[in-house]
Ligand binder design. Structure first.
Ligand SMILES: [Cu+2]
Length: 471
């Protein structure tokens, strides 16, 4: 009875928002009822009702898995299964995940908690779960074939260990990983400190998300799993901008953002308007002597980073991966650069053959964001997002940290666009610019060249070009 009540009240914080339609519970004897969530909304933090108290995290476009207490053990139930994930409004992908979503729900526990996780496999092939970064008995490490037999379809396995050290972790399969991670199987794990910790500060907002990537051909809905580098959808928690929620904070809030990378390339994460400290990795809190202020930090493959900053500048601050190809959606790469080319005559000839043909990027790629291009159904637009001053020309791994003075205490709903104080927005100069003075000599160089080409050469930069293996 007590267990049941704890489980239900643990879920209580989100049941209001998880209305009957989006939650289904399947009774399974002796197992905690699996809680499912099918909406991509950012759910409010799941305030713990039992066990040691902690300050819960916010999973961007995701949620935290409720648990039940069973004789002092925190019990969770993960269900590995095919899911439909809305990656952006109007764009749905057939992925694999846990409990109705990709990524799966965040698991939050406290240092010293004994944790029991039931994993039911509803996939068409075997799986396992590896608890990335945890200290645990070797047989609980989830490496299929090495530390356990695989979990066959229809079977449930039990993992049990003590969450020994506080920090930022993740979980993912260690069985047919290439397929299962390319299909979206992963989730976040946070172990909160059991008491005040000299290296873990209290924060007002604690956001978590995973970096992931998919290769979904325009018009289709299922990722290609053989892709290694040339992904076309770069996502946070299987969402792409403008489908990623903003990170809403109050002016003066201490903010922590925890990021894990389960793609196959690194992501330099860049925050505008503030400097942050890297306060933790998957190895735990970083020693204070190693911390220095940055505005970009690289999150390499398989790594986790937690960054912290004081939100002391009001505004709508961009927060994104700094690889410019990772802030684009559904992009074909075998496209020559046409900037500066006049191709009116070419177009006339091609439109005789292909009536819908349209030339891309004569003035750069920005017109792509403005033009209503005919695209196949279920294709994410290459770059989208309508800001207060026009198209943002971004997609993929991009969102906005909204810092507001007048947000009511406890209210972290989206405050809308920032109202810039008068005279603080860049504006058009309406005089006439002076003639630019240019150097007439050989140009800037350490020394004159010994041999000059017979004739001056002028080249066109070809980018994005072919042979695109580098990102
Ligand atoms: Cu990136």
């Amino acid at each position: 009875m007590t267990n049941r009540r704890n489980f239900l009240s643990g879920a209580g914080a989100i049941t209001g928002a998880l209305a009957a339609a989006s939650v289904s519970k399947v009774a399974m004897a002796a197992l905690p009822e699996p809680v499912l969530q099918t909406k991509p909304d950012t759910m409010p933090p799941l305030v713990p009702s039992g066990g040691r108290p902690y300050n819960p995290v916010v999973t961007l476009n995701g949620w935290t898995l409720p648990w039940r207490m069973n004789n002092g053990v925190k019990e969770f139930h993960l269900v590995a299964e095919p899911v439909v994930r809305e990656m952006a409004p109007g764009f749905k992908a057939n992925l694999w995940g846990y409990n109705g979503q990709s990524p799966g729900p965040t698991i939050e526990v406290v240092e010293g908690d004994r944790v029991r996780i039931f994993v039911t496999n509803k996939l068409p092939e075997h799986t396992s779960v590896h608890w990335h970064g945890q200290r645990l008995p070797n047989g609980m490490d989830g490496v299929s074939g090495l530390t356990q037999p695989p979990i066959r379809p229809g079977k449930t396995f039990v993992y049990e260990f003590v969450a020994r050290r506080p920090g930022t972790f993740m979980y993912h399969p260690h069985a047919d990983e290439m397929t299962q991670m390319a299909m979206g199987m992963m989730g976040f794990w946070v172990t909160h400190p059991k008491a005040e910790h000299p290296l873990i500060e209290k924060v007002d907002r604690d956001f978590v998300f995973l970096l992931n990537a998919y290769d979904v051909e325009p018009g289709s809905a299922t990722p290609k799993i053989m892709t290694m580098l040339d992904f076309n959808l770069w996502s946070w928690n299987s969402r792409i901008f403008p489908g990623i929620d903003s990170l809403n904070v109050r002016l003066g809030d201490k903010v922590r953002i925890r990021i894990g990378n389960l793609t196959m390339t690194n992501h330099p994460m860049h925050l505008h308007g503030h400097e942050f400290l890297v306060t933790g990795t998957d190895g735990g809190p970083t020693p204070k002597s190693t911390r220095h202020y940055e505005v970009t930090t690289d999150v390499a493959v398989g790594q986790m980073r937690q960054i912290e900053f004081l939100a002391d500048e009001e505004g709508d601050w961009a927060f994104h991966c700094h690889k410019s190809h990772h802030t684009m959606n559904a992009m074909g790469h075998d496209v020559p650069t046409l900037i500066g080319l006049d191709h009116k005559d070419v177009v006339k000839q091609i439109t005789n053959l292909v009536p819908d043909y349209m030339v891309m990027g004569e003035r750069g790629m920005a017109d792509m964001g403005e033009m209503e291009m005919p695209i196949p159904d279920n294709t994410a637009r290459m770059m989208t997002g309508e800001g207060p001053f026009g198209s943002v020309e971004m997609g993929g791994m991009f969102s906005v940290v909204k810092v507001r003075k007048n947000q009511k205490p406890g209210d972290y709903s989206n405050p809308g666009w920032f109202r810039h104080p008068k005279g603080t927005v860049a504006y058009e100069f309406d005089g006439s610019p002076p003639e630019t003075a240019r150097r007439r000599d050989a140009g800037a160089a350490a020394m004159p060249a010994q041999n000059m080409p017979a004739k001056n050469i002028e080249v066109q930069v070809r980018k994005p070009g072919s042979g695109h293996a580098g990102h």
